[in-house]
Design a protein around this ligand. Structure first.
Ligand SMILES: [Zn+2]
Ligand SMILES: [Zn+2]
Length: 226
């Protein structure tokens, strides 16, 4: 697919604005737009800058999900093979360094939560190969999120499409909202896995989704019954 032109990108923002009758959020573009937010980041830097370019007032800042903040650090790290600095985030990242400071206390802490050490050089092998399909529903998409089971220097997770990712975090299964979120998230995942007629087996499941504890998976399978 050829790269969309600047005009095409801006026209698509205007089209969404007419369709939704509001200034489109970046998530609207990812969900129903013709292009991905990444296309806009490449061309304009930040989504809000693209909106301004299209003659629209940026959206009110809303709380950015922690996963998304951390995914953006990982995206930049992958791109430059080096842990990004706060200034690089300000200059070329989707979010502002200040948002990280508010959420994590400091930029260095945000870096640690994203699974790196500050100022670390990063090799390609530090990342799991990004698959081209969602690991849960198998639908091919280039909009895959990295979902964390565990944060920090021994991070673990898997790639999910936006819908499946939301499903895993349903019922308040979010680290910020519930200290037992992990059990709920694993339960959500296994239910979704089962609904798709996939085999319920602890070792298969923990391997497929890179869940750090097979015992936890076994426990949840017992809990929900097969
Ligand atoms: Zn999916
Ligand atoms: Zn997640």
């Amino acid at each position: 697919m050829s790269e969309p032109t600047t005009d095409e990108l801006l026209d698509e923002i205007c089209r969404l604005k007419r369709e939704l009758d509001k200034t489109p959020a970046s998530t609207d573009m990812d969900e129903i737009g013709q292009y991905s937010v990444r296309d806009y980041q490449k061309e304009f830097g930040k989504w809000n800058d693209a909106l301004r370019e299209a003659g629209l007032e940026p959206n009110q800042p809303k709380k950015i999900p922690t996963d998304e903040l951390l995914n953006e650090i990982q995206r930049l790290a992958r791109k430059f093979h080096k842990v990004p600095t706060k200034k690089q985030m300000n200059d070329i990242g989707e979010y502002y360094g200040g948002s990280y400071q508010r959420r994590f206390g400091s930029w260095s802490e945000a870096i640690r939560q994203a699974g790196f050490e500050p100022n670390q050089q990063i090799s390609e092998s530090d990342f799991r190969n990004k698959p081209s399909v969602c690991q849960l529903c198998d639908s091919p998409t280039r909009k895959l999120d990295f979902h964390h089971w565990r944060y920090g220097s021994n991070k673990a997770g898997c790639y999910l499409c936006r819908d499946c990712h939301d499903q895993v975090h349903a019922d308040g299964a979010r680290p910020r909202e519930d200290t037992d979120w992990l059990i709920t998230a694993v339960e959500n995942l296994i239910r979704a896995h089962r609904e798709r007629g996939k085999k319920i087996d602890a070792s298969t499941i923990s391997e497929r989704y890179n869940i750090p504890s097979e015992n936890l998976v076994e426990h949840v399978i017992e809990k929900i019954g097969t």
